[in-house]
Write a new protein. Structure first.
Lengths: 312, 301
């Protein structure tokens, strides 16, 4: 990301220069208001709240680190929901990344009808999440749903999965649903853009050196694509850790807490029980966890992300 | 042969090919087509099944063995949806919120992106980095105080919390996207206009914005879909049934049983599809801009 590069350099006299500075800040005004009103301000407020027992009804009292110590040592839902969220991310991030990379590679082969395929792959992603959960909820219905009716025809005697109604199968059902929406989604389009940015000369040079299909993939495509993979990975992990809507609508966290993710825990504490102080503490712990993941990735990225424009 | 999937692009007609190589290539292509078609079908199955189910009668839904096509077509299912729930009202609410919020987000992210792309001022690069890092901030951290704030100023159960914040920056992703795009527009145009005495605002409106149609369209489509799709925001903010958006409202058919105990899945499918169709149409209309916009503004910067 070129945050600091390409500053605009023009010789200017100071009057004009002052005007430029003023105009720059003027155009920035919406961001300044938005940042303090909707990002920094609320962050400070929630940090303060997390040390109180504010509940929307009574005046909040300062309770020190009590919320945090309760969460870490006595909240019976905290560790399980956090581990469940990690489990979800560990499955969904690599599968959806590899899936959308394969889809992008396929669409980059110059097949006839690529436009049609691209649209069909993208269609699940376009389906509003609520609508797609509705569709899948019925698709997975143990008794009337098409999936189990088809399975019943194939295996008349087998015990069929109860999907969203069973603690063992709710998570796999959620994976299938999430992958359906994710593989052909934004990641695929971003990979496609990245693939089209790989200079053709590199492939030609590799071919002259006698590189085969695999060798070209591992020594040209992957390194050139690594910044794109990194971008999708960072945002993909954050997105997976925040999993909420699909589970909330499909199962409400159940059955038997099988899909009770961390974001559902925050939601319940905040908007069902209105324990705003406690929920803020949960949110801050979550913030530090995502921050840690992001920092680790930025630290390790220098070992595997290759920037073509970078001087080494 | 399947490993051809992994080549970025097959160089067409490169070098002389023996007959065997040519045949291998042909088979490889065939395999690719089969993979493409099969995977497209896999993506489409739930969708196609939902389309046909939305035309079925309640009895037909549960018939055994299951049939893809309805025995008798019931297009009136779509009318029934409007009778059971205030669907038109919800659709209007969703449209209103999406249009107002999208306009604000695109406009304000362009202004801010223009500031980052075209001006030099102290602190600019740091502010830009802060903007980018907010992309990684989980909204859970800011949601609770904002909810309390909205409750205090009596904005709950209104569209204000879902629209007005969009006018203040429109989010880091959009700002980044607009900035990246503006950077590709040659500075000479600005310079010439400056010499002619044009103000910065005029340069923004009459030079930079008209040249940015693909990026603006992409930003608008992404934001519109995001708003149309948004569940958590409206779900937390809105309480009155008449004020619901589609995302909140259509859960009715899954959470409530029909008074007579008759399955309502056909109505569920019909309402879900009616919620999806406008987005698909929008995508088709904007596809030309959309894909190009993502390619151009992509994250190679």
């Amino acid at each position: 990301m070129s945050a600091t590069s390409s500053a605009i350099r023009r010789p200017r006299i100071s009057g004009l220069r002052r005007k430029e500075i003023a105009a720059g800040y003027l155009f920035l005004t919406p961001w300044i208001i938005g940042f303090f009103g909707f990002v920094a301000g609320p962050m400070i407020a929630s940090a303060v709240l997390s040390f109180t027992n504010y509940d929307m009804v009574n005046v909040g009292k300062w309770v020190g680190v009590k919320n945090y110590s309760f969460i870490l040592f006595r909240d019976e839902l905290f560790w399980p929901s956090l581990l469940r969220t990690f489990k979800y991310a560990i499955v969904i991030v690599p599968t959806s990344l590899i899936g959308s990379l394969l889809a992008a590679l396929l669409l980059n082969q110059g097949l006839k009808g690529t436009n049609v395929f691209r649209t069909l792959y993208f269609l699940p992603h376009l389906t509003p999440i609520v609508a797609s959960v509705m569709l899948w909820g019925w698709f997975f219905d143990p008794h009337m749903g098409p999936l189990n009716t088809a399975l019943r025809a194939l295996f008349p005697t087998a015990k069929l999965p109860e999907w969203f109604r069973s603690p063992d199968w709710a998570m796999p059902a959620l994976f299938i649903m999430a992958l359906w929406g994710a593989v052909g989604g934004n990641n695929m389009l971003i990979f496609l853009a990245g693939l089209q940015g790989v200079p053709q000369e590199l492939y030609e040079a590799a071919a002259i050196d006698g590189a085969g299909t695999w060798s070209k993939f591992f020594h040209v495509t992957l390194p050139m694509l690594s910044p794109t993979i990194f971008f999708n990975l960072v945002l993909g992990i954050i997105g997976a850790l925040r999993v909420f809507t699909t589970a909330f609508i499909a199962t409400g966290g159940g059955p038997a807490y099988a899909t009770y993710f961390y974001a559902l825990h925050i939601y319940n504490k905040a908007f069902r029980y209105f324990e705003m102080g406690y929920a803020s503490a949960l949110a801050w712990i979550f913030f530090f966890i995502t921050l840690a993941f992001t920092l680790i990735q930025f630290q390790t990225s220098r070992h595997w992300v290759f920037y073509a424009g970078e001087v080494r | 042969m399947a490993e051809r999937v992994l080549v970025s692009r097959v160089v067409p007609g490169s070098r002389s090919k023996s007959l065997a190589a040519r045949r291998a290539r042909l088979i490889g292509r065939g395999v690719l087509y089969i993979i493409a078609i099969v995977s497209a079908a896999a993506f489409m199955i739930p969708f196609v099944w939902a389309v046909f189910s939305s035309f079925k009668s309640p009895g037909d839904l549960t018939s055994y063995p299951p049939r893809l096509f309805p025995r008798v077509w019931h297009p009136e299912n779509y009318v029934t949806v409007f009778k059971r729930v205030p669907f038109a009202r919800w659709a209007w609410n969703t449209l209103f919120i999406s249009v107002v919020a999208t306009f604000g987000a695109v406009l304000s992210s362009s202004l801010v992106g223009f500031s980052f792309a075209r001006f030099r001022y102290p602190g600019r690069d740091i502010i830009f980095l802060i903007t980018l890092s907010t992309m990684m901030l989980p909204s859970e951290v800011t949601l609770i105080p904002l909810y309390i704030l909205f409750a205090k100023i009596h904005w709950l159960d209104s569209f204000k919390p879902l629209t007005i914040p969009a006018y203040f920056g429109g989010g880091a992703f959009l700002i980044f996207m607009m900035r990246q795009f503006f950077m590709t527009i040659p500075l000479d145009l600005d310079e010439a206009a400056r010499i002619d005495g044009a103000s910065y605002l005029r340069i923004f409106w009459q030079i930079v914005m008209p040249l940015s149609t693909p990026a603006l369209a992409t930003a608008a489509v992404l934001t519109f879909i995001g708003n149309w799709d948004n569940f958590m925001g409206p779900f937390i903010i809105l309480n009155t049934r008449e004020k619901f958006t589609l995302a909140v409202g259509i859960r009715y058919f899954s959470s409530l049983a029909d008074p007579d105990g008759v399955p309502t899945q056909h109505l569920l499918m019909a309402s879900s599809l009616m919620m999806t169709i406008p987005i698909i149409i929008l995508f088709f209309l904007a596809q030309r801009f959309f894909v190009r916009g993502i390619v151009m503004t992509g994250i190679k910067g």
